[in-house]
Design a protein around this ligand. Structure first.
Ligand code: IVH
Length: 677
């Protein structure tokens, strides 16, 4: 009996390790989440019944270690060096020259070029294939022992994979960067703001803070990931080049960034830098530059190191995304849910190529915490497509003339009362008919991803609300040409066009409709989830809070807010006016379309002219495809835009089908690749 249990436990563990690797590292799951959960539950049950069989590297042991009292310090067997920085192309050319002079060669040196991730460097030690210890870089010579925290990260294997090509070494020290992906960071921070906690300044700080938790249960809740980029001590294996090291790490089950460019000439490295700089804000992770490393390990050895950094590597940094400027005024914006958001009006400044003249201050507590005053010189930052924010005040620049900011005691738009609920960090205007809220709701309703009504911009909505023509978005469908033509700077032709746009927007999908309603906490994705589950609006309107919570991905917050929205009489009457009187028609197209690309794995590379990477990904996913970041045998096809990266080379190598932008558009409209039906 015991023997059988033990056998099954071993089987389950190895199966779970394998599926974990397929899901998190390779990004190509073979079984559904539900099937994975069942295997895990079976293992938990067996281990609970027979705790004597629990081992530290069991997949059940990722979370649950008791909190530490303090972090211990451990020395690194081989120091974790830092990198020399280059801030322009000349410095890169000079580096290459220096390398060749040192090596006394006129021949081109090949480099492996990698994205430089902005996270926390760690070292993870495996003995006979099992994760035994993990530490932070620290000062390079010794770091803090954070093994329980590292084990919570799903992209880090607890046991290595043994293959004929790469046998598991007796000791392997893997080095890499732990980071938080940009999207997950946004969600994490929004959650903190909602709970009245202060947001992290950037993904790097969030990653560092998450790894420095004494209680690994907190770390486990943070969306940490790793990319491995090097090794410390390795026994039993021999490598000729850096790229071989990365390939071996990958074979052993460690996650290696698929955007790495192997063995590139100096010219290719420079082109790679430009490509990544262009794609910088489309990448799922934050980078602050690229790292180029002399690929040949014999050459690396000859080059050796200076005091703190190797002579064979260089970080080419991207232009800064932080700048300093002055706060001219603090404005208060009223959002569509009534939330008052203080926004700093700034002396315009260029940050990473974009002019920034406003930055969010989030809420009252944040202003107090950062002590931002009108007239202050501040450090601002722009990360990805996140709204620019004020990082901190440069207090040494204070002159004494700065003014303290006071949150208004009434709504700046309608003078109604403002309220701050006990568990919230924001003040809200209580008047649902507040013109600022109404304008924001209508703007959202007509926006591209919602009803997609062309020509309904800020100014027009502003005029229509102020003149009393629009009280809610439902009124849009009852506008007439004469009313529109009577507005400032509006000709008959434009009026006609707008009415046409409104009319043709009446045919839409259930998912877009739900999103357009502007229900608090219901973004595009949640709207799609709801549309797929309920198929028709009436079913959603009748769903109880329990029905809603029972859906995967829907929590109590969303369920409560959906219920509250549909219980409101005004909302009910708006919906009725749109669907019954105005003739808005909802199809469940999104839900049906879902299947047309189901089972396909698609990889995107390069930039497209007609849409951003985010949009492409959203649309492919809406059709049921999986968008993966790495090319493999299982990739259905690769979409190659302008300046494609190494993924295109890899696709050619593997003979994976390649589509250009035209073919992609065809695919999105038909749901099938060219020539198939
Ligand atoms: S290699 C001797 N590769 O940059 C080489 N570092 O300034 C040492 N980093 O502490 C590091 N991405 O935290 C290397 N692909 C990459 C990297 C990378 C990010 C960080 C790492 C390191 C710092 C050095």
């Amino acid at each position: 009996m015991q023997e059988n249990v033990k056998k099954r436990i071993v089987e389950l563990r190895s199966s779970l390790h394998r599926h974990n690797h397929l899901y998190y590292v390779v990004d190509e799951p073979e079984i559904s989440d539900a099937a994975y959960d069942r295997l895990m539950q079976e293992l938990i049950d067996l281990e609970t019944a027979c705790p004597e069989f629990i081992e530290p590297d069991s997949p059940t042991q990722r979370v649950g270690a008791p909190p530490l009292e303090k972090f211990e310090t451990v020395p690194h067997t081989i120091p974790m060096l830092s990198l020399e920085n280059a801030f322009d192309e000349e410095e890169v050319l000079a580096f290459d020259e220096r390398v060749r002079r040192f090596l006394k060669t006129d021949l081109a040196v090949l480099y492996t070029a990698e994205p430089k991730l902005d996270g926390v460097a760690v070292e993870v030690v495996y003995e006979n294939g099992r994760l035994v210890e993990a530490s932070t870089r620290g000062d390079g010579y010794a770091g803090e022992l954070i093994t329980p925290n590292i084990k919570t990260i799903n992209t880090i294997p607890l046991v290595l994979i043994e293959t004929d090509a790469v046998p598991v070494p007796a000791r392997l020290e893997v080095r890499g960067e732990v980071y938080i992906p940009v999207d997950a960071f946004k969600t994490l921070n929004q959650g903190r703001l909602d709970k009245g906690e202060s947001p992290f300044a950037n993904p790097r700080n969030a990653a560092a803070g998450s790894l420095r938790q004494l209680d690994s249960k907190i770390t486990a809740q943070r969306p940490l990931e790793i990319f491995c980029y090097g090794v410390g001590v390795v026994t039993d294996l021999e490598f000729g080049s850096h790229w071989e090291i990365l390939e071996a790490l990958s074979a052993l089950g460690c996650r290696v960034n698929p955007d790495i460019k192997p063995r590139a000439t100096l010219e290719e490295v420079i082109a790679y830098y430009r490509e990544l700089l262009n794609r910088r804000h489309e990448c799922p992770y934050e980078m602050d530059g690229i790292v180029l490393k002399v690929d040949d390990l014999t050459l690396q050895k000859r080059l050796g190191e200076k005091s703190r950094s190797p002579r064979w590597a260089l970080a080419r940094k991207f232009p800064a995304t932080q700048e300093t400027t002055r706060v001219l005024e603090i404005d208060v914006q009223v959002g569509r849910t009534g939330a008052l958001t203080p926004v700093a009006r700034l002396e315009p400044v260029s940050v990473g190529g974009v002019t920034v003249s406003r930055a969010t201050l989030h809420n009252e507590d944040e202003i107090k915490k950062k002590d931002v005053r009108i007239g202050d010189t501040v450090l601002i930052q722009r990360a990805g497509d996140v709204i620019p924010e004020v990082v901190k005040v440069i207090t040494t620049k204070r002159t004494g003339t700065e003014e303290l900011f006071q949150m208004p005691t009434a709504c700046p738009a309608c003078s109604s009362q403002v309220l701050r609920l006990e568990d919230e960090a924001v003040w809200r205007c209580v008047n649902a008919n507040c013109p600022a809220q109404v304008k924001e709701r209508i703007r959202h309703f007509a926006s591209k991803r919602a009803f997609d009504i062309d020509g309904i911009g800020d100014k027009l909505v502003g005029q229509l609300v102020d003149k009393g023509h629009l009280k809610s978005y439902a009124d849009l469908f009852f506008l007439d040409e004469t009313t529109l033509a009577g507005l400032e700077r509006m000709g008959e032709k434009s009026a006609r066009n707008i009415i046409d746009a409104i009319t043709s927007s009446k045919e839409t999908t259930l998912a877009r409709f739900i999103y357009a309603l502007g229900i608090r906490h219901v973004g595009e994705h949640t709207a799609l989830v709801l549309a797929r589950r309920f198929k028709v609006l009436s079913a959603l309107m009748l769903a109880t809070a329990e029905d809603l919570i029972a859906i995967d991905e829907i929590g109590p917050r969303v369920s409560q807010s959906v219920r509250a929205f549909f219980d409101n009489h005004e909302n009910q009457s708006n919906i009725e006016r749109m669907l019954v009187n105005a003739g808005v028609r909802l199809s469940t197209e999104d839900a049906e379309e879902e299947e047309s690309l189901a089972g396909m794995t698609i990889v995107l590379t390069g930039s497209l002219e007609s849409m951003t990477r985010e949009q492409t990904k959203d649309r492919l996913e809406a059709l049921g495809a999986k968008v993966s970041s790495s090319v493999s045998q299982k990739t259905s096809f690769v979409v190659a835009g302008k300046d494609p990266g190494s993924k295109l080379d890899r696709a050619k190598e593997l003979g994976v089908k390649i589509l250009d932008e035209g073919a992609l558009i065809h695919l999105l409209s038909r749901g099938k690749p060219y020539g198939e039906g």
